[in-house]
Write a protein that binds this ligand. Structure first.
Ligand code: GTP
Ligand code: MG
Length: 195
């Protein structure tokens, strides 16, 4: 896939009606601050088109990026952000669930996990939930630049074990700084587009 244009086409909050898009969608899920918006920027070859922040809870809406009128990248709000009220958390959770359940065009879900840490309870729930919706989550182990290269495979294993992944699950170390892993992710997206 060649990124010829990017356009933040639709932004959905908790009360919004979700769009009925005509092109395939790929969603990016993961806890707050794990690097979803940064990954989307890297895939779009943009520095900061998707807003990122060192403060967790930056993306609070579902953002649909139209890529070259060919595919949508769907940036989901992060879960597990401690500073929002239980009520707000429940609303975001419902919004994410509603999207993942109701989209007619969703072809794949990438689940992002910080490569440094054991998956959390929330990560496990999200993984199981995506699986139960009929998708094989593709795991992106983010912030790979924070580890020595020699440590990567050990941490990939830790994530696989922690999520109790189904056999054959792909875990791709990725860094938005070095762009390590980007080509592999683009190749997977091409496969998805090829159907
Ligand atoms: P929410 O929108 O709050 O859910 O967060 P997010 O998952 O979209 O994370 P975002 O892309 O905003 O990144 C959060 C922070 O992590 C920012 O300070 C980024 O610069 C940093 N970050 C993201 N990816 C990487 C990475 O690969 N390596 C390093 N070192 N930092 C990263
Ligand atoms: Mg974000």
């Amino acid at each position: 896939m060649i990124v010829r244009s990017v356009n933040l086409e639709t932004v959905c909050g908790v009360t919004s009606v979700l769009p009925k898009n005509e092109k395939p969608e790929i969603a990016f899920a993961g806890k707050s601050n794990v690097g979803k918006s940064s990954l989307i920027n890297a895939l779009m070859n943009r520095k900061s088109y998707a807003r990122t922040s060192a403060q967790p809870g930056k993306t609070q809406t579902i953002n649909f990026y139209n890529i070259s009128e060919e595919i949508y990248f769907v940036d989901l709000p992060g879960y597990g952000y401690a500073k929002v009220s239980l009520e707000a958390k429940a609303k975001w959770g419902k919004l994410i669930e509603k999207y993942l359940r109701s989209s007619d065009q969703l072809k794949a879900v990438f689940l992002l996990i910080d490569i440094r840490h054991e998956p959390s309870e929330n990560d496990r729930h999200m993984y199981d939930w995506i699986l139960n919706q009929g998708y094989d989550p593709i795991i992106i182990a983010t912030k790979a630049d924070k580890l020595k290269r020699s440590q990567l495979q050990k941490h990939v294993k830790m994530i696989k074990t922690g999520l109790n992944v189904v056999p054959g699950t792909v875990v791709i170390p990725f860094s938005s700084l070095s762009k390590q892993g980007k080509d592999e992710i683009m190749a997977i997206i091409d496969q998805i587009l090829a159907g």
